[in-house]
Design a protein around this ligand. Structure first.
Ligand SMILES: *[C@@H]1O[C@H](CO)[C@@H](O)[C@H](O)[C@H]1NC(C)=O
Ligand SMILES: *[C@@H]1O[C@H](CO)[C@@H](O)[C@H](O)[C@H]1NC(C)=O
Ligand SMILES: *[C@@H]1O[C@H](CO)[C@@H](O)[C@H](O)[C@H]1NC(C)=O
Ligand SMILES: *[C@@H]1O[C@H](CO)[C@@H](O)[C@H](O)[C@H]1NC(C)=O
Length: 216
């Protein structure tokens, strides 16, 4: 009961923070959606964690913190922050705020910088002699997943398989059948890679004997 209350509370807090996933090396624009009007004595700031990225006083010019010179820009029109060429170390909670008589948060983003996923390879482990059972293996540099499909003359259905053992955090590896082809899909929030092979081709005997499977 107590735990549920805490979870509910955390969910409530997190709901105000917009999650953003961005690929390493790209530019990131963090927008302030509502117009911000600074009064005399007000200070506008973009912060990440406890570090200041940029600060702007009423009537002044933006001051970019030394860590961000040449790679952060503040839009004079709408106070959006442009971060160029983001790296994994730039991940964190970015907050735009106005400090005056009160502290007001005007935008908040939880930013995660991710590398694109590595390529995938689909290989056949087994084609039963009557071609009704096909086991394919989907592999990446750091993980393996296998799936068994049972096929009749028209279609194949998924029967079972093993999950990937080691996988890059945040990435998912899937192997499935669609339209007579086995598809291996490696993806995370910023990218995906695929390998696709027709089951027909997968089970074709090297000597050229045609299999009993028919797909159209
Ligand atoms: C500047 O960046 C470095 C590395 O990310 C960090 O250790 C340091 O605390 C930062 N300095 C300030 C003033 O934010
Ligand atoms: C804010 O300004 C930036 C740069 O001038 C622009 O790219 C962005 O679309 C603007 N955003 C809004 C919400 O107006
Ligand atoms: C299935 O494959 C056929 C032939 O390659 C193609 O014409 C059709 O659009 C595909 N259907 C789907 C749902 O991908
Ligand atoms: C691969 O996975 C990504 C993320 O789950 C998804 O957006 C994409 O549609 C998938 N591709 C296929 C062909 O299913």
């Amino acid at each position: 009961m107590f735990i549920f209350m805490i979870l509910g509370l955390l969910a409530g807090i997190q709901a105000q923070v917009t999650p953003v996933f961005v690929q390493t090396g790209t530019d990131l624009l963090l927008e302030v959606k509502k117009p911000v009007v600074l009064k005399a004595g007000d200070l506008f700031m973009w912060t990440v964690g406890r570090a200041n990225v940029v600060r702007l006083a009423h009537g002044g010019k933006p001051t970019i913190s030394s860590n961000y010179t040449s790679r952060a820009e503040l839009s004079a029109q709408n106070h959006s922050l442009l971060l160029k060429n983001v790296q994994k170390g730039d991940s964190g909670v970015y907050r735009a705020s106005v400090s005056g008589d009160k502290d007001i948060t005007v935008a908040e983003y939880s930013v995660t910088v991710l590398d694109p996923v590595s390529g995938v390879k689909l290989t056949v482990k087994l084609c039963s002699s009557d071609s009704t059972k096909v086991t394919v293996i989907c592999s990446t540099e750091d993980s393996l997943i296998s799936n068994t499909f049972t096929c009749d003359t028209q279609t194949c259905s998924h029967e079972g398989g093993e999950r990937a053992e080691i996988i890059t955090p945040g990435a998912s590896l899937d192997v499935y059948l669609e339209n007579g082809s086995a598809i291996c899909n490696h993806s995370n929030q910023v990218s995906s890679t695929k390998d696709i092979q027709k089951i027909e081709d997968i089970c074709r005997k090297p000597e050229g004997k045609s299999s009993k499977l028919q797909f159209d």
